[in-house]
Ligand binder design. Structure first.
Ligand SMILES: [Zn+2]
Length: 87
């Protein structure tokens, strides 16, 4: 089957505004074949659909905002359990 159209009730990867991270969501409402409202599978919070954000995007966004918070970034990386081996 090649039908990839989304419909209400489908699961989708999206960014949860409450969890502040990428979560599995269920689509509640669709407009123009784009998810409009979704519900987080973890906290069950209902909110507007926000595409999943990759850590890389967040990092570059933060870097563009504040360059001086480089030491703070290291702490965030350590929290995620990902070793910072960048030289
Ligand atoms: Zn959530």
């Amino acid at each position: 089957m090649s039908n990839t159209k989304l419909s209400a009730g489908d699961a989708i990867e999206a960014r949860c505004t409450k969890c502040r991270t990428n979560r599995k969501h269920f689509i509640i409402a669709i407009s123009n074949e784009v998810p409009d409202k979704v519900q987080c599978d973890i906290c069950e919070h209902q909110h507007k659909f926000k595409p999943a954000v990759t850590p890389k995007t967040l990092e570059s966004k933060a870097a563009a905002k504040k360059e001086e918070t480089r030491h703070k970034k290291t702490i965030v990386i350590a929290k995620n359990g990902k070793p910072c081996t960048r030289v």
